[in-house]
Ligand binder design. Sequence first.
Ligand code: NAG
Ligand code: NAG
Ligand code: NAG
Ligand code: NAG
Length: 381
Amino acid sequence: MDSTSTCYGATIKYLVLILSIGSECSGVIRAQDNKSGLGASFIFGDSLVDSGNNNYLPTLSKANIPPNSCDFKGSGGNPTGRYTNGRTIADIVGEELGQPNYAVPFLAPNSTGKAILHGVNYASGGGGILNATGRIFINRLGMDIQIDYFNITRKQFDQLLGASKARDYIMKKSIFSVTIGANDFLNNYLLPLLSTGTRITQTPDSFIHDMINHLRDQLTRLYQLDARKFVVSNVGPIGCIPYQKSINQVNEDQCVDLPNKLAQQYNIRLEDLLSELNNDLPGATFVHANVYDLVMELITNYNQYGFETSSKACCGNGGQFAGIIPCGPTSSMCSDHSKYVFWDPYHPSEAANLLLAKQLLDGTDKRFISPMNLRQLRDLS
Ligand SMILES: *[C@@H]1O[C@H](CO)[C@@H](O)[C@H](O)[C@H]1NC(C)=O
Ligand SMILES: *[C@@H]1O[C@H](CO)[C@@H](O)[C@H](O)[C@H]1NC(C)=O
Ligand SMILES: *[C@@H]1O[C@H](CO)[C@@H](O)[C@H](O)[C@H]1NC(C)=O
Ligand SMILES: *[C@@H]1O[C@H](CO)[C@@H](O)[C@H](O)[C@H]1NC(C)=O
């Protein structure tokens, strides 16, 4: 962990230079001391932010096997169900916004009583916006089901706090983060034989149109359940993950074109959707997190951020980038986890997550986080 913190401290100055983070270290520390702001964080999404829901599902998408979570202090390095070596972006954001505990996984036995007042995590490895996404894994929680589960949590808040206080707490003191969409491409559209028959002939435009329409309904349902402060991430450069680079056998400094093009096409539509919802849903704030460009910056200029590689997975096997066989007990492993942008064939390392989370929390460049950053979203009244 020490090497991670060192790496993190050392890279802040690069961020100031390259990503024009704006706020200085002193600002970061002052804000860290403010533990009063956030009520609950409700986390929706896929394996990028799953903190253990899939441990309770009969599914082929599992991360509760070593060496996953090997750098996670909260478990002493034992597997938690996180698809990375340490904290996810959602964990880090929660900590920085003043949460005493990580949001409990909805399916975990301890997601009851007062524990939920700090938030609940509904994210599930393999999940997507569309219901059919992730069928290859047999089981996973898609966005529709994640929101059905929040509807259950919402009623528990009424019981815990009383209807009027609960409404206030959820509207004013809670943040809803949504990190979804990558699996709709990786584990649906780009696997045509496993998708429904119509997919095979569906154009990217029409598929993305379906995704955006579903997401509009999903975000609107959350709004109907009193969600007001949202942060929605776009889809990252999925053509640059070690898995895609390995199966498509591209060069070290190349990414796979089609997945990146699909992500970019979706991301343009997502930005429009969030502006639309900011206009149409009174009192709601939708913050757009441009994870695509932030991750691309780390991948392109990895050496300036203290990484040794942005093409190879730290934990994985197969192909030139260790990107074919998922991370597990028999995988080969890199020695310094903090020197790899990618922990496994699909997911960023904790070191990368720390840099990305910092940008979402304190960034001032509207290209990456807009119309405000997450500390400002928390403090919005
Ligand atoms: C601490 O948080 C509260 C509530 O979010 C805010 O009003 C206050 O300005 C913050 N104080 C500092 C020093 O950041
Ligand atoms: C819930 O249980 C998990 C796994 O045992 C543990 O890591 C976590 O700290 C618990 N959270 C709360 C709020 O009790
Ligand atoms: C998605 O699946 C859930 C649960 O199986 C179901 O309730 C929901 O209606 C489905 N949504 C669509 C759009 O098919
Ligand atoms: C929440 O659940 C209730 C039933 O308990 C249902 O009537 C309502 O439509 C649900 N709300 C949303 C937004 O899904």
